[in-house]
Write a protein that binds this ligand. Structure first.
Ligand SMILES: [Fe+2]
Length: 187
């Protein structure tokens, strides 16, 4: 499994630029989480993050939400890419497909997906719109403002605590991971 092929697939199947940047953000957060929870699988966790939304333009979301995830797995198999562990983690980010979270890798995917959009939204309310200006405190504070970035699933982000890490620590880890690739993210 090499990253170059993953990036190639990402650019082939995903048309919307904001989904591509989102994919890079989730990759960065997943790599940071792997370093903490499964240091021997940093590349695998990162690739799952990078490819988790590969089917974004291939499924009709409004018609059937449950296809988001399974379609990505189908495409990855067609391309001879990935392994079962990765497929399960990708499926886990969308409970609507019937998947259940059974391990740390899957839990990390479920929580990493929404926190990237959440941090993105928080960055954009800062006067300079720069991620380097964002404080961990504003991430934790915004968690309780239900109408702010309402699409970012609070329960999913908070559920990282089941891995024995407190939410503020997760927020800091995600913020740092995204800040490292701020040029890629345009933040
Ligand atoms: Fe996503």
């Amino acid at each position: 499994m090499d990253r170059e092929k993953a990036v190639e697939m990402l650019n082939k199947y995903v048309k919307m630029p904001h989904i591509i940047t989102h994919s890079y953000a989730v990759e960065a957060v997943m790599r940071a989480l792997a370093k903490k929870f499964e240091p021997d699988k940093v590349d695998l966790w990162g690739l799952a993050g990078l490819l988790h939304d590969l089917d974004e333009d291939l499924v009709d979301w409004k018609a059937d939400m449950s296809l988001h995830g399974p379609k990505t797995v189908e495409v990855l198999k067609e391309n001879n890419f990935g392994n079962e562990e990765m497929y399960h983690a990708i499926l886990a980010h969308n409970p609507a497909n019937g998947s259940k979270i059974t391990n740390a890798f899957e839990r990390a995917m479920y929580a990493a997906d929404p926190i990237t959009g959440f941090i993105n939204a928080i960055t954009l309310v800062y006067p300079d719109k720069k991620i380097k200006s964002v404080k961990v405190k504003s991430i934790t504070k915004r968690m309780s403002e239900v109408r702010f970035a309402a699409g970012a699933n609070r329960e999913a982000m908070k559920s990282i605590e089941r891995l024995g890490i407190k939410f503020p620590e997760f927020a800091e880890l995600a913020l740092n991971a995204m800040t490292e690739i701020s040029d890629v993210l345009g933040l």
